[in-house]
Design a protein around this ligand. Structure first.
Ligand SMILES: [Zn+2]
Length: 492
């Protein structure tokens, strides 16, 4: 308790320091705010009820409903999804510059939705160190937020809606009610700026670097010629400001998305219809499987961008600096093993192996399955987990001889791995998903191991007769110093 109090005092001091230094050192109303101020705001106003990226529509409903009768937000029900989940809009501010922000039109892309609820907490607070920022936003901007455009997709944690339609290819055809809602929200409002908030695969890297593209940006094209008019220029400039801030926080982790024109997409059409459209894609960051750090980054760059729009400080940025942002690439693997020796019959050769895992939504939660994506010279690829396995020989794992009555402990599992066991039969289990670094099966599951392209990654790496690494369905386990990882495997 005492420690907590001290921490609180300390954080208030830090915030005061930032605010005082910011406003007294003459950077007022002129360009981006120091990142420390936004960080302090996030720490204070983060929405505590959302803690992971698989939250559902029912989790955000109370957060919207409680604001329905307050005097800060103008809450409007815009309509319902195919499966009758209500889609809401929250309005804020009385300014002349109209900004529309919408998130999660792809149901499994939830990072920015979390950040929007953090923003709602921030914007409705008052009487604190941030009040002048808030006041500027309120007086200059007319904001409308639509969090979770695709609640049915969010429910199943899939990209598409309940009709299996990709809403971001439905901006013209308007087959889905969710697309109609978003299109109408734009037409009714006529926003000057639009923030189109998505997630991208964690395998995107910043070109020719091992760094994940934690945030990717795009000012979508409005025609095939990818021309720049005043509308698109404003979006490009806002992005330059966002990138400047991000480079201070996560240097080298920002990639520019391909600006090929997609005539069916919302972002491209917003730009065409006269709204400066800004696409933010949340990718991956090492050690952040639930994307809580990336959520914080979203909060920071969106709030900063709104403040820059409110002050028109984004107009100082050069369009050329947008095009200097490196491109996205897709060269990341979950696990990259370099220079592994494989012995097959009389052959012995050395290769790199790239492994990715994919998440599958199950009845009792999600689990992952791995695949060997590529074999050979993978020097242009990178891994979240990466080892130089020179001198290591790939070995097949064994099935544990005894059937166990229940799941082993973590320590027992590690002992089995060290002895070369990768599979284990268990009689009774409570849940079909487990977190142990071993393959568990109840039936005579598929135990095919090895280094076949496209197969599941299950094998050992041995050096001088000692097993140092186990690869368990795409998870790399260093047996000498195992690290904490978020293992989710299905019992077969
Ligand atoms: Zn998306």
């Amino acid at each position: 308790m005492k420690v907590q109090k001290m921490m609180k005092k300390l954080s208030v001091c830090i915030i005061l320091f930032y605010v005082v230094s910011h406003f007294c050192l003459g950077r007022q109303n002129n360009g981006p705010v120091d990142k420390g101020i936004w960080k302090a705001a996030y720490d204070l106003y983060k929405e505590q009820s959302i803690t992971h990226r698989r939250f559902k529509h029912k989790d955000i409903l109370p957060l919207i409903e409680k604001r329905q009768f307050g005097d800060v937000y103008r809450v409007t029900k815009l309509g319902s999804s195919i499966e009758a989940r209500d889609i809401y809009q929250l309005g804020y501010g009385q300014g002349d510059i109209k900004v529309l922000l919408w998130s999660q039109m792809h149901g499994n892309e939830s990072t920015a939705t979390m950040a929007l609820f953090d923003l709602f907490n921030f914007l409705e607070a008052g009487d604190d160190e941030f009040e002048s920022i808030r006041q500027t936003i309120r007086e200059k901007l007319d904001l409308r937020f639509i969090p979770m455009v695709n609640p049915d997709g969010a429910e199943a944690f899939i990209r598409r809606n309940a009709l299996d339609i990709d809403l971001n290819r439905d901006a013209i055809q308007l087959t889905s009610p969710e697309s109609v809602i978003l299109r109408k929200a734009r037409e009714d409002f006529g926003p000057d700026f639009g923030f189109n908030l998505h997630d991208q695969q964690i395998y995107y890297n910043v070109e020719r670097t091992p760094k994940p593209a934690t945030i990717s940006v795009l000012a979508p094209a409005f025609n095939y010629e990818t021309e720049i008019n005043d509308v698109r220029r404003r979006a490009l400039q806002v992005i330059v400001g966002m990138n400047g801030l991000l480079q201070e926080i996560i240097p080298g982790h920002v990639g520019k998305y391909d600006d090929g024109f997609e005539p069916r997409a919302f972002g491209d059409n917003f730009q065409r219809w006269g709204t400066s459209a800004i696409l933010i894609e949340s990718g991956g960051y090492p050690g952040d499987p639930e994307k809580q750090y990336i959520r914080e980054l979203n909060f920071i760059i969106i709030l900063n961008a709104l403040y820059e729009i409110a002050q028109a400080s984004y107009t100082q940025y050069e369009v050329a600096d947008y095009f200097a942002i490196p491109d996205n690439d897709s060269k990341l693997m979950d696990v990259m093993l370099r220079n592994v020796t494989i012995k097959r019959d009389d052959l012995e050769y050395m290769v790199d192996l790239g492994i990715r895992r994919r998440e599958i939504e199950g009845e009792e939660g999600y689990y992952t399955e791995s695949s060997i994506i590529d074999i050979g010279d993978l020097s242009v690829y990178y891994g979240y987990d990466e080892i130089d396995a020179e001198g290591y020989v790939m070995k097949e794992g064994k099935v544990y001889e005894k059937e166990l009555n229940a799941l082993p402990s973590y320590e027992e599992t590690m002992d089995m791995l060290k002895k070369g066991y990768l599979w284990l039969r268990v009689k009774t289990v409570n849940n079909s998903i487990h977190q142990l670094p071993i393959n568990i099966f109840q039936s005579t599951g598929d135990l095919k191991a090895g280094a076949k392209l496209g197969s599941k990654a299950n094998f050992l790496l041995e050096k001088e007769g000692m097993v140092h690494y186990a690869i368990i369905n795409g998870y790399l386990i260093d047996l000498r110093s195992p690290k904490d990882q978020n293992i989710q495997l299905k019992i077969q």
